[in-house]
Design a protein around this ligand. Structure first.
Ligand code: DGJ
Length: 711
């Protein structure tokens, strides 16, 4: 359907939400986005409900919070576009020329003939889900070069009652830390200039009512599917209106459009609910699970990993690795991942990156003997690579020193002894594609761990222009080509842990390495944060060494297993060092994961409101036939006994048998624990409304209950 004039409002319905775009003012603006509205309310009525009268000392007619707020329209806040042509034509004023709606997708074309700028907004809301996907495209329809400094993905207004913001920040080995604040007056902005998604500024934001909880209250979630520099802006105007804008952050001169050229923002993924933060997360999880590529993850259980990194680091030796493979298979691992250290000259982190050939000094007969050994034990084989990087001490760098990003004459910023290759250049991409493609063709490799261990600190291309944006697009191109050439190979997105865990990467990879910290307590918080936007089966979760290499903290095998159970589970430690009891406990933990992974990897994650120092959550089968509850006491509690934990998401009118499934033993003083051990039957509504009294636990201890609906 194409309309140029009579269409005043256009409407999309999700599963439980509605989006109405107001076209009547000549520029597209979101009139309503929230819980589903009946079509009995017309757009015109809604517009009337929201009419804002002329205020004192204010313009006669306010410029709207348009999908792209326009300086040319006199918008008083941060515009959605910043562009100019040699210093002129900066005040874009693009008005609607056509609107196309095909099923659940709307495309709105707007044009500013004077400035020679066309804007195209694309919005889609799948009726089977509740995630709105939006992008903004700009085309230079004029004469001469158009310099683009910023272009926001569709800008979303926030209702006045949505006054809390939740962001996610962190650092290396401490990603996804949830940080809440009141929405401040004026402009709140967060920028990421690290060139990769970053550990410290996950490109997401949640906006809520002040009293929104995990279970209830309005919550809006926003995520930018982009793996590079980005900007999040939440603006509260003095006139009371507020809005959220997200965009790829463009470096000076990075996007200069010649006539006819276009630039399109990354996709914005957004959702809204009146049922609190858990429901918001579930909408995002459902969305990722509906990705076409997710079907292959569902088609077979996610194999339990063994990863060599924290066991041996760079000390590769075939006999040791075969021994580790034997141990890995015997505790139940199903995929053996050979981490960093296998390629030319890579004895430590100072050399080798770029030379993606097996080093005969360590592997005289290549990788095949190790692969054959691992596959002979019934495991798949996975391999670590870091294709975007080069060590100055490498054949690749010696042959092509000009392939690395740099900003001469500034001295090169050192960062793990490596430089970033300019993936914006076709010859660089072709070379790296060919190198990885050759490895995959030559070997029986089921899995690639695609790592990326430094920021794009000085992202200058050979022509002196900024090349950070092009690097990300080049990376996507190489990944897309590899996926097309090797559709069965799974790929993990790792960037020193969770430094590149975004929907842009997840459109072409199969999991993220959530964090380099295998400290089970820190990991709980990290996984908790990540769960707001990522379902657990996409989060790599490993049982690490008894004393964490990063925090130095000693944590029990029971706790390490419990934390790793709720993700794509793996182990990453020297299994030869475990005593018999630890080996038996790890083996039992992996077996438990296998028993329940179909539920863990497909169920609804329900974060449970808890006391300080406790993390509790459940995974509930979508048909509510079973659930797992995980409860961990992180620190000593203030009260003598912990507060009850109330389940959620169960069938309120069904009975559930409650069984303790982890750890093997708990201090059994409490009669309730005795009952769990025997398998007590409790009604769903009692579990949800009255809750369960956890036993008194020492800090750094937890338990897992399995609930089965009785027929
Ligand atoms: C950083 C990753 O996050 C680690 O898991 C490991 O693969 C190292 N790089 C290897 O250099």
């Amino acid at each position: 359907m194409t309309n140029t004039d009579p269409l005043q409002f256009t409407w999309l319905d999700g599963r439980t939400t509605s989006l109405i775009v107001d076209l009547s003012g000549g520029v597209p603006a979101i009139l309503y986005w929230g819980p589903r509205l009946s079509r009995d309310t017309s757009g015109a009525t809604l517009a009337l409900l929201g009419v804002r009268e002329e205020a004192q000392g204010s313009p006669a007619i306010e410029a709207p919070v348009a999908l792209t707020p326009l300086a040319g329209q006199g918008f008083p806040g941060r515009p959605g576009i910043a562009a100019h042509r040699a210093g002129r034509e900066w005040a874009t004023y693009a008005t609607i020329v056509s609107v196309d709606q095909v099923d659940h997708r709307i495309t709105i074309d707007s044009h500013d003939p004077a400035a020679g700028i066309a804007l195209i907004h694309r919005l889609s809301l799948d009726p089977a889900g509740d995630v709105l996907i939006g992008s903004t495209e700009i085309r230079n329809s004029g004469i001469g070069t158009l310099d683009l400094a910023a272009l926001a993905a569709p800008v979303i207004p926030l209702p006045g009652f949505v006054t809390r913001l939740i962001g996610f920040e962190g650092r290396w080995a401490g990603e996804f830390q949830r940080h809440a604040m009141d929405r401040p007056p004026g402009l709140w902005m967060r920028e990421n200039r690290r060139g990769r998604t970053s550990h410290d500024a996950f490109p997401a934001m949640i906006a809520t009512q002040p009293d929104t909880t995990e279970r209830q209250g309005r919550a809006y979630g926003f995520h930018l599917g982009w793996s590079g520099n980005h900007r999040i802006a939440v603006e509260t105007l003095p006139d009371g209106r507020a809005h959220v804008a997200m965009e790829a952050l463009l470096l000076p001169g990075e996007i200069r459009l010649e006539p006819g050229e276009t630039y399109r923002t990354p996709d914005l993924f957004a959702s809204v609910t009146d049922h609190g933060l858990t429901a918001l997360s579930q909408a995002f999880h459902d969305h990722l699970r509906a990705r076409p590529d997710h079907a292959r993850l569902r088609a077979k259980p996610r194999p339990v990993h063994y990863n060599s990194w924290e066991a041996i680091y760079f000390e590769h030796d075939l006999a040791t690795l075969m021994d580790l493979a034997d141990h890995a298979a015997s505790v139940g691992a199903e995929r053996f991942v050979l981490d960093d250290g296998w390629f030319m000259g890579r004895r430590d982190d100072t050399a080798g990156l770029g030379d993606w050939r097996v080093d005969p000094a360590i592997y005289p007969d290549g990788l095949d003997p190790l692969i054959a050994h691992a596959t002979g034990l019934g495991m798949e084989f996975g391999l670590w690579v870091e294709p975007e990087m080069v060590n100055p001490d490498s054949d690749l760098y010696r042959a092509h020193p000009g392939w690395a990003l740099a900003t001469p004459p500034a001295p090169v910023m050192e960062f793990r002894n490596q430089l970033v290759l300019d993936f914006g250049r076709a010859e660089v991409r072709d070379h790296l594609f060919a190198a990885i493609d050759a490895l995959l063709r030559a070997h029986d490799i089921a899995y690639l761990k695609w790592d990326m261990n430094r920021d794009l600190s000085q992202p200058g291309g050979i022509d002196g222009r900024a090349a950070a944006n092009a690097h990300v697009l080049g990376l996507y191109d190489v990944l897309d080509r590899l996926r097309a050439a090797h559709p069965a190979v799974e790929i993990e997105s790792c960037a020193s842990g969770g430094g590149r865990a975004d929907y842009g990467m997840l459109a072409r990879t199969d999991r993220v390495w959530t964090s380099d910290s295998n400290d089970a307590l820190d990991r709980l918080t990290i996984q908790w944060g990540a769960s707001h936007f990522l379902p657990v089966e996409l989060l790599g979760t490993h049982v690490g060494p008894g004393i964490c290499h990063i925090t130095g903290r000693r944590l029990s095998m029971a706790l390490r297993v419990q934390t790793a159970l709720f993700g794509h589970m793996g182990t990453e430690l020297d299994l030869r060092e475990l005593d018999d009891a630890e080996t038996a406990e790890l083996t039992a933990g992996i077996a438990l994961h296998k028993t329940h992974r179909a539920l863990i990897h497909s169920g609804d994650l329900v974060r449970l409101g808890t006391a300080e120092g406790v993390i509790a959550f459940a995974v509930v089968a979508q048909d509510r036939s079973e659930a797992l509850l995980s409860y961990t006491s992180m620190t000593e509690q203030r009260a003598s006994l912990p507060a009850p934990v109330r389940l959620a998401g169960l069938d309120p009118v069904a009975d559930y048998q409650v069984d303790l499934v982890w750890p093997g033993t708990l201090p059994a003083r409490s009669p309730l624990v005795q009952a769990w051990l025997k398998g007590v039957v409790v009604h769903g509504d009692a579990l949800m409304h009255a809750g369960i009294q956890p036993p008194r636990l020492h800090p750094e201890n937890g338990f897992v209950l399995h609930l089965t609906r009785c027929t």
